[in-house]
Design a protein around this ligand. Sequence first.
Ligand SMILES: [Zn+2]
Length: 311
Amino acid sequence: MIEATPPIPGFEEYIGVYVLLGKPCAILDIGPYSSMKHVLDALEELRIKPDQVGYLLLTHIHIDHAGAVGQAAKIFPKAKVVVSVYGAKHLVNPEKLWSSTLQVLKHVAEGYGPYEPVPEERVVLANEGLEIDLGVARLRVLETPGHARHHVSYFDAERRWVFAGDSLGVYIPSVDMLRPDTPPRLDFEALLNSLEKIRRLQPRKIFYAHFGWVEEAEAWFGRCLNQLLLWAETLCSLDDSSLLNAKRAMQVLHERDSEMKKLGKLKPERRSKEEFFLGNSLTGFLDYIQRVGRERVSGIVERFLRGKAGR
Ligand SMILES: [Zn+2]
């Protein structure tokens, strides 16, 4: 692992970019524009020339994963950009994507830097089952909506490795903290189905976008699922006034979710960054509950709890 100082303070252990050393090479989730320099330094260290990169694989188009893809398409002349059909048009024409990113992430978006357009002819649609041949490995696209409608994961069936993007939340290895990554427009039911879909493949290693990789995947799925169900259950049990009060709702989550206690172990800058993103994850949940209704959400939780008991 090559580590670099993040251009935005507090973003240590956050942006995970994977370089897959095949023939051709692939870069999975190129990251935002502001960390691109570190990726180029790493490629130099690995002695990879720009024309050896055949693929820029994207799990989704959020700026922390795909912000630099337009610039990268220029730097790597042979690279195809692999992205979901729902994300592709926004990368070809990123004005709307950039303005909505600014709206949601505010100063953080400025710190990441803007998108540049990807030429349409460089785009390959990441449809379910698409195979990416890297010579030494084959990756299969899994559609894994939930975190975003257009989210996909990449599975190496031979090694049983999965590059799961943001599906399994955010993990902070130094304090062993896990948190949901559920910004608006979260589709909670789709997210749970996607987790189940990945779990059934029995991966040996799960590669996080944020951050690093984990083994003992079966136990790991339990930990992720428990936290998501706990959040949904907790939020559904709030009375209407608390449900409309994000501060109050966050307070209750802090009381019930033991993972949140680990926030206290983080350095102040890192902690305030996590708190900002936790706020986004809560907004995603609250918005989802408002859209589909708490009864339906409770029903989904119950169904998954029953499924877990039956395993
Ligand atoms: Zn992300």
